[in-house]
Design a protein around this ligand. Structure first.
Ligand code: NOJ
Length: 559
């Protein structure tokens, strides 16, 4: 890409010390699918603790654990019944303490998930709300409203749930008559809390204290853009898209990104700042444009926000140039470091997503009857994308298994699916199970070493053996060794804390310098030239004999 010779900002302004999170690589653990210690087919905290050494060897700085709290698991734990304990499925509270201690001894920080937009319908508060009368104090912790129509039998407004179907469900009152409706932007079993209620605010400050006192380094805040709703709950007749992706022009939604959310995060920040150490808040906020998202990371609010615009960007040089530039500028405007992410537990893994024809709207899952992504092409692009991402200034998030080049499970039998999206969408959206399949550690062990038995809560595909960690460790061309070397060099050359300077390049090539390292990604059909005399340091795939960069390859070279 022929770009202006612009210089992009780096995290930490001149003279300020770099805080650990500003350039950290943070690895997401999805507890049910990482490592199973007791053979019941579901991963658990002791399983994670036993495998933390892998992450220290890989070279990440921190782990983020998706929810492990008591929960009926209607949404894989994002339906929390008790915020101060561990679900027996995953272990006990002592196991969380041991995990935090072991991580610390390995030099890894620990971030836990906080789910403040909704509780589980199995939470004590919701039982109290159902037992209370309309308008009663227990009801006021949630969003209850009378229905419309003569008998109140129509929902209070037209909002849709992110998982499909109406966002309201009618309750039966204690006297047995059909009664009020409650709001659930996600599953029926995930009632939205009422953040106008001071009791709700107090409760979450206390939950934060509970985990801070146990030594966690921070919180990933689920649906951070959803807590406050527009006061009039005005109708909104558009389908929900938690993850962006639809291109229709629509007014600002009354349930997302309301200005009132920011005061909540300011109060949380004050609390965290009162603790020793450098504890952080990370926003999961599907908010566009980047300037609007940047408001979540103003100096007195959160520390980081996931950069989903980056995750969604097309695999072309102009799209990647635009998203990197926009992201750096927007974060710099509020003095925050940028974050980068390519995969997580809600999206098709990038080793499969990037194989879809350029411009394909982001699919919500892939099924056996759908066109199947080309695994070799996907892996090639995924490796190039990862090497590009890890060379950018800021903090990067990895999702478990991507260091093995794991693809999406795209032929998962529909009867095995557990994501509520599948049922609630009337079997139109396959949902997120394909990226949540348990991780393969050993090619020749039961459940590929996920646990001591064959049990696996989602079936693992037969091709998992070739991706297993023990097949990749020590193999220089493996994806695992590519990640490990990249993380080592990223640290050695200070890339996370560096400064990006674009270099001129042909239209289908991205080229920049970050301190002593030059980076070039070739998106074009023809091989690309490296600058004269450039010495490659690391590549996502082999170069040609004359040192040119083939299609879909990223190179780091000594600049
Ligand atoms: C975002 C989480 O990442 C997703 O897995 C969950 O279903 C929703 N929030 C609702 O909590």
């Amino acid at each position: 890409m022929n770009t202006d010779q612009t210089t992009s900002p780096s995290p930490g302004q001149a003279g300020e010390p770099t805080r650990w999170w500003q350039d950290a690589v943070i690895y997401q653990i999805y507890p049910r699918s990482f490592a199973d210690s007791n053979g019941d087919g579901v991963g658990d905290l002791p399983g994670i603790t036993a495998r933390l050494g892998h992450l220290a060897q890989l070279g990440v700085d921190a782990v983020w654990l998706s929810p492990f709290y008591p929960s009926p698991q209607a949404d894989a734990g994002y339906d929390v019944a008790n915020y101060r304990d561990v679900d027996p499925l995953f272990g006990r509270l002592e196991d969380a303490d041991k995990l935090i201690a072991e991580a610390r001894s390995l030099g890894l920080r620990v971030i836990v998930d906080l789910v403040p937009n909704h509780t589980s319908s199995a939470h004590r508060w919701f039982a109290e709300a159902l037992a209370d009368a309309p308008g009663g104090p227990a009801r006021q912790r949630y969003v209850f409203r009378d229905g419309k129509g003569t008998d109140g039998d129509e929902p209070p407004n037209t909002w849709q749930s992110v998982f499909g179907g109406p966002a309201w469900t009618r309750v039966t009152e204690p006297d047995g008559r059909p009664g009020q409706w409650y709001l659930h932007l996600f599953d029926v079993e995930q009632p939205d809390l009422n953040w106008d209620n001071p009791q709700v605010r107090e409760e979450f400050l206390d939950v934060l204290r509970f985990w801070l006192d146990r030594g966690v380094d921070g919180f990933r805040v689920d649906v951070a853009h959803g807590l406050v709703k527009q006061a009039d709950l005005a109708d909104w007749d558009y389908p929900q898209e938690m993850l962006g992706g639809d291109e229709i022009d629509k007014p600002r939604p009354p349930m997302w990104d309301q200005d009132g959310v920011h005061e909540i995060y300011r109060s949380w920040r004050r609390l965290l700042d009162g603790y020793s150490g450098d504890r952080i808040l990370v926003a999961e906020a599907w908010v566009e444009p980047a300037e609007r998202l940047a408001r979540y990371v103003r100096p007195d609010e959160m520390h980081q926000a996931f950069n989903f615009e980056y995750l969604l960007a097309s695999w072309t040089a102009p799209a990647q140039y635009a998203v990197v530039t926009r992201s750096l500028e927007a974060a710099d405007a509020v003095g925050a470091p940028t974050t980068w992410v390519l995969s997580n537990h809600d999206v098709v893994r990038h080793a499969s997503r990037l194989a879809l024809p350029i411009g394909t709207p982001r699919p919500n899952g892939i099924g056996a009857a759908d066109p199947q992504p080309d695994a070799a092409l996907g892996l090639r692009r995924a490796r190039a994308a990862t090497l590009l991402m890890l060379s950018l200034p800021g903090s990067a998030y990895l999702y478990q298994g991507e260091e093995l080049g794991l693809p999406e499970h795209t032929t998962l039998p529909d009867e095995a699916r557990q994501d509520p999206t599948w049922e609630r969408s009337g079997h139109r959206e396959r949902g997120r199970d394909g990226c949540r399949v348990p991780v393969p550690w050993e090619a020749d062990a039961p459940s590929y070493g996920f646990g001591p038995t064959d049990a696996s809560w989602l079936p693992q595909p037969s091709i998992w053996a070739e991706y297993a960690l023990d097949r990749q460790r020590g193999v220089p061309t493996s994806t695992y060794e590519m990640y490990r070397a990249a993380l080592r060099m990223r640290r050695e050359f200070g890339l996370g804390g560096g400064t990006l300077e674009w270099l001129p390049a042909p239209d289908d090539v991205l080229s920049f310098r970050n301190g002593p390292v030059g980076v070039l990604t070739n998106f074009g059909a023809e091989p690309a030239e490296l600058p004269v005399g450039a010495q490659p340091l690391h590549t996502s795939g082999p170069l040609s004999d004359d040192n040119r960069v083939p299609t879909d390859v990223t190179v780091w070279y000594r600049a």
